[in-house]
Design a binder for this molecule. Structure first.
Ligand code: 2AM
Length: 188
C-alpha cells in the first residue's frame, strides 16, 4: 500500500516578503478575478523541486544528504510578473534569475547523484497564489517583489480539511562550498 509522504524542496519567504506578495496580488486585483481558491498568505512558497507523493523514508534521508551538499551563496531576486497555468495563478519572473537556476541545478545534481526520484518537468520558478482558477491571466508585469534567499527547506504537504498543511522537515542555510569546507576544516 502507498504510504503518503508528499515532499518538496522550497524557498520560504519571510513575513515582509509574504506581505509584499499579497499586496502585489491585490494591486492588480488578482484576488477578485481568478474565481479559484486563494493560497493563504502563510502557505506562500516557491517550489524548488517536487519529490513525489509517496517518498520512501530512505529517499527522504538521501534527499537531506543531498541538500547538505548544495553549494550556493545567498542571493536576492525579484518576482516581477503574474500569470497563470491552467491549474493556478502565480507570481513569478519574466525571466528566471540565474542564481535561482543555479540553486536548482546544484540541488538537481546532488539529488541525481543519490538516485532520488524527482519531478523532471522544466523548472519554472513561481509562487502559486490561487488554485483551480476559472479564468486565465495573461502574463503581466507587477511592481517587483524583492526576495532575499538565504536558505531552502524540505517540506511535507498533508491534506488538512479543505486545504493543505505544510510542515518544514529541515532547513539549510545557503553557503558556498568553499566557505563550507573552510568551516568544516576549522572544526578539525
Ligand atoms: P505549485 O508550486 O505550482 O503550487 C506541493 O504540492 C508543492 O509542490 C506545490 O507548491 C506544487 O505546485 C509543487 N509541485 C511541483 N510539481 C508538482 C507535481 N508534479 N505534483 C504536485 N505538486 C507539485
Amino acid at each position: 500500500m502507498m504510504v503518503p509522504n508528499r515532499l518538496f524542496f522550497a524557498l520560504l519567504p519571510d513575513a515582509a516578503t509574504r506581505e509584499a506578495m499579497t499586496l502585489a496580488a491585490k494591486s492588480i486585483a488578482l484576488k477578485l478575478a481568478h474565481g479559484g481558491r486563494e493560497v493563504p498568505e502563510a502557505n506562500l512558497h516557491l517550489t524548488l523541486m517536487f519529490l513525489g507523493d509517496a517518498v520512501p523514508a530512505q529517499d527522504e534521508q538521501a534527499a537531506c544528504g543531498a541538500a547538505e551538499s548544495v553549494s550556493s551563496d545567498p542571493f536576492t531576486f525579484a518576482l516581477d510578473a503574474a500569470g497563470s497555468f491552467p491549474t493556478a495563478w502565480w507570481l513569478g519572473q519574466h525571466k528566471a534569475s540565474p542564481e535561482l537556476q543555479r540553486l536548482r541545478k546544484s540541488l538537481q545534481t546532488a539529488i541525481t547523484t543519490r538516485k532520488v526520484a524527482y519531478d523532471r518537468q522544466h523548472f519554472v520558478p513561481h509562487v502559486t497564489i490561487a488554485r483551480h482558477p476559472k479564468t486565465r491571466l495573461a502574463t503581466t508585469s507587477i511592481a517587483p517583489v524583492e526576495w532575499r534567499c538565504d536558505s531552502f527547506s524540505l517540506m511535507r504537504s498533508s491534506l488538512a480539511g479543505q486545504g493543505v498543511a505544510y510542515e518544514q522537515i529541515a532547513r539549510w542555510s545557503l553557503r558556498s562550498r568553499v566557505e563550507a569546507t573552510a568551516a568544516q576544516m576549522s572544526l578539525i
